[in-house]
Design a protein around this ligand. Structure first.
Ligand code: ZN
Length: 90
């Protein structure tokens, strides 16, 4: 089994290489967990991939913000008639 097979650069398709490897102890457990970070062998390509990932992250954050705003404005719209009703009844 080649571990590298499931780590191919999404941009150029090259097999990614391990950039660093470190071990960590899992909290509460005695077992040691090995962390591995892979990068594209082409440093220029890796830079572009990093930028793309950052862009995707930013876009996701932006759409999350938009969703929140929509929910908030809907909440205000649906809530205000109820407030008016109570005022009228009182
Ligand atoms: Zn690449």
């Amino acid at each position: 089994m080649q571990r590298q097979a499931n780590s191919i650069c999404i941009r150029c398709g090259k097999v990614r290489v391990f950039s660093r490897k470190w071990k960590d102890k899992e909290n509460g457990k005695g077992s040691t967990v090995t962390h591995e970070e892979t990068i594209c062998p082409d440093s220029e390509c890796q830079k572009l991939v990093d930028e793309k990932f950052q862009e995707m992250k930013d876009r996701r954050a932006l759409s999350e913000e938009r969703k929140k705003t929509i929910v908030l404005s809907r909440g205000i719209k649906s809530r205000s008639p109820i407030i008016f009703d109570t005022k009228v009844k009182l």
